[in-house]
Design a protein around this ligand. Structure first.
Ligand code: ADP
Ligand code: ZN
Length: 706
């Protein structure tokens, strides 16, 4: 069997993702291999396919028992002979697995590092036919990584005891030190190294002020009904309080943190995996074991400690490649709290490192430029253009001259002897008459009330920006008092202008109006398939996303296959899953088509029709493309075709009347022109979509020749 056939037959995918094929080739070539890919990038297939097509058993070292079970179940459901072994299993089960291994019946055996390192297991391996070793979450070998596990540091034993066997190490942690460390610790010899792009294009990135968080979350959840998501909180306590508040509002929520009993943790995690709990409020203890592919959003209630952690956490959204949301709340208070934790670190060098990392995190959260660019540059990648899919790109910031505000703030700070913190300074600037102000007599200073016209909310943002620019400084050792920064002199003397950015008001990005409007045929069928999936999953006692993931379900609802052959062309429908579940889904789809046809609707998987319906719902082209998992270009083509077929479309939304005039004029003069010639004629001023659309408009308006 070729690797391509294995991909199709077992996983139901038609094509490899970037790099998967090269990695698989290297592994099959017997090379040691190091793979760096972001969470959700598709690492598993890189060792699973070589394991399937090789002789013998691949031994996979994986740190978490829960994850192991999931992966093995997923493989078995796809028809791959896989098993796992760990110390939590009873002796009989372990004996069975041992037997299967010795008889050469397994393609993959997952094992925890503790188990692997036992003398008895190593002896067992010596008696078995091993194809190669795979080390998942390989960054756990490194003390520099953020997830060091002592057992992992003994894995060099594999190369010592099985020098002839190759080893593939996989991780989503990208930094260089960790990478080098993995190679050294595992004794990899001249490994082939693969570093995939860390850009997760399907994740929308947003950072919002950490004010009114609860209200914002509630409006966010309203815009994302029925979608699974994680809300990360800094403290155990806050996971519980947030959970309670959301439950009061009728949301289906749970909480998770390391202070709970192992049984309780396992129970809620399982409920989340099975779609029984929709939203999980959790500390970062809820993490590595979450392989669930249909997590549609990740919210950070608090600022994370560093960018690595943040990126890994948001990476848990949208593993299936469908559009997913990430939202980070940023508050100054969180920075203070995190600073407090760092202050307690005894080792000076480590402390300095953590401080620097927190600083980068803070800069990211406050940035007014494309966020994805910043993130990727952190991982050493350059993004040529702004991403267009983060809050800054969607809402470019406007700057204004804030020199006078800066002077007022500085003057107030100086007149209070540089002893007051952020909030009190705002009270003074706004002329608040509260006890603290009156007690100290701050209401008598000259700048008292000098900044009345600016809201407290805005002052907070502006002071923050002034701190970042060096106008003010925070004295961390003096109760966070605001003091003169390096630029203060120049600003006060009017020698330096300061530019500030007006804060953006949060509006929960709603795929919005959709909830209010009629669901499309696509939505309706997707919902039916989702229910069916849940029912089948419950019967099989497995997580719904292991039956089929959201991407597969989306494709089914879009393509509406009506027979087995068509069903097998859907991404994610392999042979085994076709046998297990395919028929049920086919029946559901046929039933749906029948009902709709009876009701006089045109269905039968007409892709243009679906786009048309969505346009009528008021969705934009980008939104339709994301929702349907098509490229924007495809949807633009649909639009032109629909127009040509005589559908009534709000053309003004897509092209300006002046542009139509200019372009139609061009077509009249150059009826034989190609798109490309037109594109070049206008020196790339109009994109191809507008060019095509204008041509269609022109062709329609042209008097028909007899
Ligand atoms: P990682 O371990 O890197 O976080 P996974 O191996 O879990 O990622 O893969 C993430 C998702 O992508 C899974 O749902 C997987 O089935 C899917 N996937 C992997 N490779 C492909 C492919 N070639 N085509 C389509 N989907 C894929
Ligand atoms: Zn951007």
């Amino acid at each position: 069997m070729t690797t391509q056939e294995a991909l199709q037959q077992y996983f139901g995918y038609q094509t490899f993702r970037p790099m998967q094929q090269e990695i698989i080739a290297a592994v099959l070539d017997g090379k040691d291999t190091l793979v760096l890919m972001p969470t959700g990038g598709g690492k598993s297939i890189c060792y699973q396919i070589p394991a399937i097509v090789s002789k013998g058993t691949c031994i996979v070292v994986s740190p978490l028992i829960a994850l192991m079970q999931d992966q093995v179940q997923a493989l078995q459901t796809s028809g791959v002979a896989a098993a796992f072994m760990n110390s939590a299993q009873d002796e009989r089960t372990q004996a069975e697995v041992r037997q299967q291994l010795l008889l050469g019946k397994l393609k993959l055996l997952y094992v925890s590092p503790e188990k692997l390192l036992t003398q008895s297991f190593l002896e067992l391996l010596n008696m078995s036919q091993i194809s190669f070793f795979a080390i998942d979450e390989a960054h756990c070998v490194s003390q520099w990584g953020h997830d060091f596990r002592p057992e992992y540091s003994q894995l060099q034993i594999l190369k010592e005891q099985f020098p002839g066997k190759s080893l593939i190490a996989l991780t989503a942690t990208a930094d260089k030190v960790t990478r080098e460390d993995i190679i050294t610790q595992l004794h990899l010899t001249k490994p082939a190294q693969f570093v995939a792009s860390f850009d997760r294009k399907n994740l929308r990135i947003e950072v919002s002020e950490g004010t009114n968080r609860l209200k914002k979350i509630i409006s966010f959840l309203k815009a994302h009904p029925k979608e699974a998501g994680i809300i990360y909180c800094l403290s155990r306590k806050s996971t519980e309080t947030l959970c309670e508040k959301l439950a009061e509002k009728g949301h289906n929520v749970g909480f998770y943190h390391a202070g709970m009993s192992p049984e309780e943790r396992a129970r809620v995690q399982n409920a989340f995996l099975k779609d029984d709990i929709q939203v999980m409020c959790a500390t970062i203890a809820f993490g590595m074991g979450i392989d669930k592919s249909n997590v549609r959003f990740v919210i950070h209630y608090n600022l994370p400690k560093n960018i690595e952690g943040y990126y890994q956490e948001i990476g848990r959204a949208g593993r299936d490649g469908l559009a997913s949301e990430t939202l980070l709340f940023y508050s100054y208070r969180d920075v203070q709290t995190l600073k407090g934790f760092i202050d307690q670190i005894p080792n000076e060098q480590f402390k300095a490192l953590q401080e620097a990392k927190l600083e980068r995190m803070k800069q990211y959260a406050e940035a007014q430029t494309c966020r994805r660019k910043i993130l990727l540059s952190y991982f050493g990648e350059v993004l040529e253009n702004d991403c267009g899919y983060c809050d800054v790109c969607e809402n470019p910031r406007k700057q204004f001259d804030g020199t006078i505000l800066a002077q007022k703030a500085l003057s107030a700070a100086i007149r209070t002897k540089e002893e007051v913190g952020l909030n009190l300074l705002i009270d003074i600037l706004r002329g608040a008459r509260n006890q603290k102000v009156l007690e100290k007599g701050y209401h008598t200073i000259k700048t008292y009330g000098a900044g009345k016209e600016v809201s407290a909310f805005e002052w907070k943002q502006y002071l923050q920006q002034m701190i970042n620019q060096g106008v003010l400084e925070v004295a961390y050792d003096q109760h966070y008092a605001l003091q003169r920064g390096g630029l203060s002199q120049a600003v006060l003397q009017g020698k330096k202008k300061i530019f500030l950015v007006k804060p953006q008001r949060f509006k929960a990005k709603t795929t919005s109006s959709k909830t209010a409007l009629q669901p499309t045929l696509f939505d309706e069928l997707f919902e039916k398939l989702r229910k069916l999936r849940k029912q089948l999953a419950d019967e099989q006692r497995m997580a719904p996303y292991l039956v089929f993931n959201d991407a597969t379900l989306t494709e089914m609802a879009r393509e509406r296959p009506t027979n087995q052959a068509e069903m097998l062309t859907i991404n994610g429908v392999g042979h085994r899953k076709m046998d297990l579940f395919g028929t049920y889904f086919l029946e559901e789809i046929q039933q749906f088509i029948k009902e709709k046809t009876l009701a006089g609707k045109q269905v039968g998987g007409n892709t243009y029709q679906i786009t048309y319906e969505m346009l009528q719902q008021g969705l934009g082209l980008q939104e339709i493309a994301r929702k349907r998992n098509y490229s924007l270009q495809t949807i633009q083509n649909h639009l032109v075709t629909l127009y040509e077929k005589g559908h009534n479309l709000p053309l003004a939304d897509f092209i300006h009347a002046d542009e139509v005039n200019t372009l139609v004029h061009y077509w009249k003069k150059h009826p034989q022109s190609t798109m490309k010639a037109c594109f070049e004629h206008f020196q790339e001023r109009f994109n191809y979509f507008k060019i095509r659309l204008s041509q269609a408009i022109w062709l329609k308006s042209k008097p028909q020749l007899k």
